[in-house]
Design a protein around this ligand. Structure first.
Ligand code: BTN
Length: 242
């Protein structure tokens, strides 16, 4: 495992992506930084973080050595690895808000940005993780919190990084061994608001009710609607409100 520590960079995902094209790179090459000037989130959003307070890193994983039929399994494995690391640190009520936000006590404490790339015709992936660790103020972000805000404890960023990498390797091994269902079942068991009456907003802005019952292997959210019909939604089609 190679760890590249940077003081500041635009985005660790972008840095690692550039690196892939310029040199040979091995699994679990990690880029971690104190500060990002252009941190990127899902669906074109930005990821802001106060300098030196939080964990921001990206790791490289070659997917060609074991065929992962459905990329969403990587996303599930990474979410579970983070969850396991946080549970071991006694962070309370951790869950996965579909598809891959990590919550504690209903607040977002971690975001994941997975970007698949093709290098020399081999599929590989860049797994970017941002965890709010020791930052205590979140201006204009009422849904965000940090580990320190939740527990009052100041955490060592390196220790959390190493725990997450260790668990990511273990969940990757499960996929490598074909234990797809084990990963999917564990992911679904840890889904935020699973089997609870919930309200959603569709792409047209209309609200509707239903129960999250699981996900498909393609990563769509399965919702049981009031008329007993199960519908599948992708990320652009649905927002979980409460
Ligand atoms: C999200 O919740 O929208 C995903 C946020 C992902 C943020 C991390 S921070 C490290 C890595 N580099 C980036 O530019 N983004 C990811």
């Amino acid at each position: 495992m190679r760890i590249i520590k940077l003081d500041a960079i635009d985005s660790t995902n972008s840095f690692l992506k550039e690196m892939i094209y310029s040199e040979a790179i091995t699994d679990y090459t990690i880029v971690v930084t104190e500060h990002q000037t252009n941190g990127r989130g899902q669906m074109g959003t930005t990821w802001d973080s106060k300098r030196g307070k939080n964990l921001m890193f990206s790791m490289f994983k070659d997917l060609s050595i074991h065929v992962v039929e459905f990329p969403f399994y990587i996303s599930m494995a990474v979410s579970l690895a983070i969850l396991k690391a946080l549970k071991a640190l006694n962070i309370p009520q951790v869950s996965i808000k579909w598809p891959n936000d990590i919550l504690s006590a209903d607040k977002k404490i971690c975001g994941i940005l997975i970007e698949n790339v093709i290098k020399n015709k081999l599929n590989s992936t860049i797994i970017g993780i941002g965890i709010n660790v020791n930052q205590t103020e979140f201006d204009n972000l009422p849904q965000a919190s940090s580990l320190k805000n939740i527990t009052g404890v100041h955490y060592n960023l390196d220790e959390i990084l190493h725990r997450i990498v260790k668990h990511t390797k273990a969940y990757s091994k499960l996929l490598q061994d074909g234990k797809y269902n084990a990963v999917k079942n564990e992911y679904e068991a840890n889904l935020f608001r699973k089997n609870k009456p919930s309200t959603f907003r569709n792409a047209e802005g209309d609200l509707f009710s239903g129960f999250i019952i699981g996900v498909t292997k393609y990563g769509k959210l399965q919702v049981l609607l009031e008329d007993e019909i199960v519908k599948k939604f992708d990320l652009k089609e649905i927002t979980l409100m409460y």
